[in-house]
Design a protein around this ligand. Structure first.
Ligand SMILES: [Zn+2]
Length: 625
């Protein structure tokens, strides 16, 4: 590591921004090291200054990492794209007149070299067929150079068409794609740029029931390679499983899944073909005062809620977090806004979000989950992102959901800085949907081995869980999960025995208060979904119930199970199939592998409130959301 000795200035209360910058004694020969570079600094953060001090971290810096190392020291790392940026950081520091903390800023040579390896532009990607841990791997499409696990833009578009076609021959499943708007370049010239596409997947079996709605977007930040691949593969896995996997089929029959897989196609095109610029923003030139690689609007700072707040975004057009000229000014953002307003119930949307932002939602009837998938940092972030101190309404519901996602992913659940004008703050303030940002993995250009071995598999259960609770996430998310389900059919007397185990705490990472209730009721529903109006099901006693199916014709039927905790919250529905055959031997069917969770490693089964000693230990880390 080569060290620069710089001086850090932390501007506290006087200014709303805290400037980090450098006065350089630019001593040694780093001039040969190519940009972009990653710098690391350790800042003395007096106890009590967090998180407010951190939240003032300048939007100007392309922040990669933020970790508390000790009680008094934070380590930050950030991207510096070129010499000019380094110089402007120095200038910024000189302008601040407040408390000075002498620190050392260090060029992280190994991180810089690793980054260079990731972004080395190579020859055109090939078809990249590879044997995949998941049968739904999408490598049959054209892929990104050197990253055979990621479909490129054209591959993504071909994939959309394939999914629509594939569904045409699947009974009971509808898959449609919709052009929801144009990219910036296409708004300027119809012959350039791209359409922005949404794909919708849902079953047709539900009759008279309100469905859950799960909206997912990925790719809004161009340089984040893994998110569109995770989201598209998961959706494809659902399509493949429809009609074969009871749990997925039940979920799709009673849920709409909407995915915008490429939310920033203009930027993505650059990120795929010239990784060296680390393109994050869209392609709106926005200004002539900075270099072409720095132009553009950060779409994840352009959404309307708290738009323009300079503690969480920048008005500097060259900044990586430039928020644009007005709220929702960018066509990519407009497309997402208009589409999401059209798919979630109008009655729950707030007409005056700024003033109604803290108004509580009705837990039992507020529909929908909004997920924006980014990279990187291994995080799951609920609202609010504009503030680290304002507690959002329905916080119990929001944190209960996050807690389970953390159980499956081990992602950290918060971060100590602010981001204003984000997708998820918009969703929560305007639409009423539970909203989360995922930050996948450890790199923008994440290596394929890590994607296949870790990122893809650990996110499947969280995605399924979010889908399952999306009918009423703020209440279903607080209820118990069915962690085991099986059936046994006896042809001799026409009786079906249903056995299930439910737990409020088994899939809780931190045993938050909402995961500490006892399970008071488990109900099984045969051949009728619990969402069907007036369905009551059969009560399980001591973990099982016998249902008379003697009058049923031979065939395959679904069994749905749902459990309630002592606080009165029902949890998500879990389903399995049983096959009735009058001639066959008694059947004992182990549960369809519970897709929303396989009992992994630990924990009690039937849950009661277990006083916990565990606490979340990870401190907030990094951000590039
Ligand atoms: Zn991002």
């Amino acid at each position: 590591m080569m060290k620069f000795h710089f001086t850090f200035y932390l501007a506290f209360a006087a200014s709303r921004s805290m400037f980090v910058a450098v006065t350089a004694s630019n001593s040694n020969s780093t001039s040969t090291i190519q940009y972009p570079r990653i710098y690391v600094a350790e800042i003395n953060t007096p106890a009590g200054k967090e998180p407010s001090a951190i939240s003032r971290f300048p939007a100007e810096v392309d922040l990669l990492d933020y970790d508390r190392i000790t009680d008094k020291i934070h380590k930050i790392s950030f991207l510096v794209h070129d010499e000019q940026e380094l110089v402007s950081l120095v200038a910024l520091a000189k302008k601040t007149k407040s408390k000075t903390i002498n620190e050392t800023i260090t060029l992280d040579l190994s991180a810089t070299e690793e980054l260079r390896l990731q972004i080395t532009t190579a020859v055109e990607g090939d078809k990249g067929l590879f044997s995949d841990v998941a049968p739904q791997a999408a490598s049959v499409y054209s892929t990104i150079a050197n990253y055979p696990c990621y479909k490129n833009l054209q591959g993504s578009f071909a994939w959309l068409d394939d999914m629509v076609q594939r569904a045409n021959i699947i009974n009971g499943l509808t898959v449609t794609k919709t052009d929801i708007g144009n990219s910036y370049l296409k708004t300027k010239n119809a012959a350039s740029g791209y359409d922005i596409w949404a794909i919708k997947i849902t079953g047709t079996a539900a009759v008279g029931a309100t469905k859950g709605i799960f909206f997912i977007m990925s790719g809004i930040h161009a340089r984040e390679m893994a998110p569109p691949e995770l989201t598209s593969r998961w959706v494809e896995s659902l399509i493949n499983a429809y009609g074969n996997d009871a749990d997925i089929t039940a979920m799709l029959d009673y849920t709409e899944i909407h995915l915008v897989v490429q939310s920033n196609p203009d930027g993505r095109q650059v990120a795929e073909t010239d990784p060296s610029v680390l393109r994050r923003k869209n392609m709106n030139p926005s200004s002539s005062t900075c270099s072409a690689t720095k132009l553009g609007v950060d779409l994840n700072r352009n959404f309307p809620f708290k738009w323009g707040d300079l503690t969480g975004s920048s008005n500097n057009k060259c900044s990586e977090t430039y928020h644009g000229i007005s709220a929702g000014s960018e066509p990519e953002v407009k497309a997402i806004i208009e589409y999401t307003k059209s798919i979630f119930p109008a009655a729950q949307q707030k007409l005056d979000p700024i003033n109604q932002g803290q108004v509580t939602y009705v837990e039992s009837s507020t529909v929908g989950v909004f997920l924006d998938v980014h990279a990187y940092s291994n995080l799951v972030l609920p609202p609010w992102s504009y503030s680290t101190t304002v507690i959002p309404p329905n916080n119990n519901g929001l944190t209960a959901i996050r807690d389970k996602i953390q159980y499956w992913t081990n992602y950290a659940g918060s971060i100590g800085y602010t981001a204003a004008g984000t997708t998820t703050d918009y969703a929560y303030s305007h639409l009423g949907t539970a909203a989360y940002t995922f930050e996948l993995g450890t790199a923008f250009y994440q290596d394929c081995a890590t994607f296949e071995s870790t990122i893809y598999p650990i996110n499947l259960k969280p995605l399924m869980h979010l889908a399952k609770i999306s009918k009423a996430p703020l209440s279903l998310g607080q209820g118990p999960d069915v962690i085991s389900l099986s059936t046994s059919y006896s042809p001799a007397d026409g009786k079906l025995t249903i056995m299930a185990v439910a737990s409020d705490s088994a899939w809780s990472k931190a045993n938050v208060a909402t995961a500490q209730q006892s399970v008071t009721e488990i109900r099984a529903f045969v051949n009728i979904h619990p969402y069907t109006p007036n369905s009551v099901g059969s009560l399980l006693v001591n973990g099982s119930v016998i249902v008379d199916v003697a009058t049923y014709q031979d065939g395959r039927y679904s069994v749905y199970v749902q459990a309630k905790d002592s606080a009165g919250y029902w949890g998500p529905v879990t389903a399995t199939y049983f096959v009735k055959s009058s001639t066959a031997q008694p059947t004992s069917v182990p549960s369809s592998k519970p897709t929303s969770a396989s009992p992994t490693t630990r924990k009690p089964t039937i849950a009661t409130a277990s006083p916990t000693t565990r606490k979340p230990t990870r401190r907030p880390t990094r951000r590039p959301r």
